[in-house]
Design a protein around this ligand. Structure first.
Ligand code: MG
Length: 409
């Protein structure tokens, strides 16, 4: 039972989203093992999603098509239709919005809902409400969702992973010790590979063990993430589910500049970028936001657009923090020959600076684009890189050319 004053938070997660949407449009795919994949021409094309039959054959998300076909020779591979997934995402959220205005998408096929004020209008218990919602989604859209029902977002999210497909899991305060604490740490949101490894190194293997570890130790050992994980594991997370209508606020702050003449040297490009970073930094500061995604974009004189972005382990705001990241990206991006007409720098993954104290980055959780450079690099590495970048930049400036550059692998 939930206590009277407790919030009722749902996390709704579509099961096998990409594959399910593909099967909706081509029902014949339901009866064969199928997977949505990257480009099959590319040796590194990977499995993005699979249906139940492929799953039964042992096909795993994120493995290569070659590996998957070895296990399941008759696997049908289809290319992704991202516009379609976005369309169904809107349909899903529109249904959720019929039940509450606090609907916060968390990725394309997941949303948090706060139904504290509304569930009673539709059902006899929060669990009944979640079941009703699942039926509604199945009937209206032909998709199945797993729903976690709890009193905070972290536990709702954890719940939606425990039973699937098409299931409801309720986690009340009383269930914390019996259901949540015995689970492996990897079940907790934001415990990515890097964090899990560090926790296991000190013999913390279950969520209960996180909860029972001295929070101060975790804070010293892991930094902000450690502090937060302790809060999550003890069931004390209490961030709000945002109102859907308030989500339209800028999710990124970007700035671009078209140059009157093409840029073809490091000093010129760096000069251009410095101005852009300064501008983005100012805007972040004015809006009291911090960012953990940095993107650099360039347009060549023949109007080709190239961009690269990275997701960081920390949210940042200052010039000194953003500049080395931009440096790294541009070095990976520019071939040092193509004349550049336009440069742009964008900071994304924005959060309110004050709120970030109770949050952690997606860093080692996110299965991100191959464009990322080492996101999990420890701060020391980052510091070293930053110093190196600055040194190279200064030397080049002193020499008035672009004699030195950092090697990229
Ligand atoms: Mg999902």
């Amino acid at each position: 039972m939930f206590k009277d004053q407790q919030r009722i938070i749902l996390h709704c997660d579509c099961n096998g989203y990409y594959a399910s949407v593909e099967c909706l449009l081509r029902p014949e795919l339901k009866d064969v093992p199928m997977a949505v994949t990257g480009n099959p021409q590319n040796r590194h094309g990977i499995i993005l999603a699979k249906n139940q039959l492929a799953k039964d054959a042992g096909v795993l998300t994120a493995e290569t098509i070659i590996e998957a076909k070895r296990k399941c020779p008759n696997l049908v591979c289809v290319r992704p239709h991202h516009e379609l997934y976005a369309e169904y995402s809107v349909k899903l959220n529109n249904i959720y919005l019929e039940y509450s205005d606090r609907v916060e998408p968390f990725g394309i096929d997941e949303s948090f809902m706060d139904v504290t004020q509304t569930w009673q209008d539709f059902a006899n218990s929060p669990k009944d409400f979640a079941d009703l919602l699942r039926n509604r989604i199945r009937q209206d859209l032909g998709l199945t969702i797993s729903v976690g029902v709890s009193y905070n977002k972290i536990l709702a999210k954890l719940g939606s992973d425990l039973k699937k497909p098409d299931a409801t899991t309720v986690i009340t305060e009383n269930d914390l010790e019996s259901i949540v604490w015995p689970l492996d740490i990897s079940n907790l949101l934001y415990v990515g590979k890097v964090t899990a490894k560090r926790l296991r190194a000190v013999n913390i293997n279950t969520i209960g063990e996180i909860a029972k570890t001295d929070p101060e130790f975790l804070a010293v050992y892991l930094g902000k993430i450690g502090e937060n994980l302790s809060i999550y594991a003890r069931g004390l997370e209490n961030s709000e589910v945002q109102k859907y209508t308030e989500l339209d606020e800028a999710k990124s702050i970007g700035n671009g500049q078209t140059f009157s003449e093409d840029l073809i040297s490091w000093p010129k490009i760096n000069q251009g970028l410095q101005g852009l970073v300064a501008e983005v930094t100012n805007r972040l500061r004015k809006s009291n936001k911090v960012a953990n995604v940095i993107q650099v974009q360039l347009k060549s004189s023949d109007f080709q657009v190239f961009s690269k972005q990275t997701t960081l382990t920390e949210h940042i705001q200052n010039y000194e923090q953003i500049w080395p990241v931009v440096q790294q990206l541009i070095q990976e991006l520019w071939d040092q020959e193509t004349p550049i007409r336009l440069l742009a720098v964008t900071a994304g993954g924005l959060e309110n600076k004050d709120q970030v104290y109770t949050q952690v980055s997606f860093s080692d959780l996110t299965l991100n684009s191959s464009d990322d450079f080492d996101k999990s690099a420890p701060d020391k590495e980052f510091e070293k890189q930053k110093k190196l970048n600055n040194l190279v930049y200064k030397l080049n400036q002193q020499m008035g050319g672009d004699y030195l550059k950092l090697g990229t692998e």
